[in-house]
Ligand binder design. Sequence first.
Ligand SMILES: NC(=O)c1ccc[n+]([C@@H]2O[C@H](COP(=O)([O-])OP(=O)(O)OC[C@H]3O[C@@H](n4cnc5c(N)ncnc54)[C@H](O)[C@@H]3O)[C@@H](O)[C@H]2O)c1
Length: 324
Amino acid sequence: MGEAFFVTGAQGCIGAWVVRKLLQRGATPWIFDASDDRRRLRLVAEEAELERARFVRGDVTDGAAVRAALERSGAKRVIHLAGLQVPTCRAEPVKGALVNVIGTLNVLEASRACGVERVAYASSAAVYGKSEDDALPVDESVATEPATHYGVFKKANEGNARVCFLEHGLSSVGLRPLTVYGVGRDQGLTSDPTKAIVAALRGQEFTIRFGGRTDFLYVEDAAEAFVACAERAPAGAHVFNVHGESTTVAEFVAHARRELGAEAERIRVDGPPIPIADAMDGAALERAIPGYRAIGLREGVERMVEGFRALQRAGRLGEVDLPS
Ligand SMILES: NC(=O)c1ccc[n+]([C@@H]2O[C@H](COP(=O)([O-])OP(=O)(O)OC[C@H]3O[C@@H](n4cnc5c(N)ncnc54)[C@H](O)[C@@H]3O)[C@@H](O)[C@H]2O)c1
């Protein structure tokens, strides 16, 4: 059996790709998730491969359950992705804080108690709010002024992770992706570009509900950042942006049209920019993880479309959920 990695939220979009990567590396992912719906995992990984993963259904708000599962796994590396996205945190901020803040504290506390070497956890570019100067990519030294409860919760997690290092020596990396796209992405407002591709392949209309610029990150690159940081980030409590390509939603649609032709004619863009700085400086992560580099939007859209087309050829596009 390969090295154990404890992965919370592994039934989610980024989590499914993290699991795929760990299996490809010969590691054993321990999947800790409140859901036992394997739909996204099945979209990105082979059923036979998934037999090597271990599944624990559990809620990160239950500290004792997190600790018991982590202890059982024997993992020394933790990837913490479980969380609720912006729309849920906006509608139910107390529930959002419980899952996103207390849940993260439970994972950090369990990691400390179990002698974990390093935790890579999902923060978010939402910690930034809108930048003063839209032309400049933001780096990690920029002051964070989140415009959503979700962003405030992620910022609190970064503070708690830092204190866990200062007081107990627990090393961690908080990663701040922005608009992740690719097979498996279906939750949160920034999942609209991905959903537009699926709708186009099904011959349906779709309106992406935000415009302007954003930082587009291909899901496999997001997953690689989490795995690489859990494996080999330097000791300390770090926070890194994860930069893909900063461009307009209209440019995303142009790439989609290039890949899909007439099928993409019914994709529309109608909505305000999201209230988050729109360009990330990714240099600090690239310094911490030599060799890490995300692909550009053109290549990412190409890979995403190929992924969805392969599912379509296999008659499986109907398995992709398009929640509003
Ligand atoms: N996708 C993005 O563009 C993006 C950008 C920035 C940050 N993030 C963060 O990255 C993480 C993963 O994102 P994603 O897109 O894969 O999310 P997702 O919504 O697809 O998956 C989240 C997973 O967490 C699980 N979960 C939710 N509440 C839980 C709980 N109480 N206990 C255990 N499991 C629970 C869900 O069942 C789901 O499988 C999240 O923390 C998200 O906030 C995502």
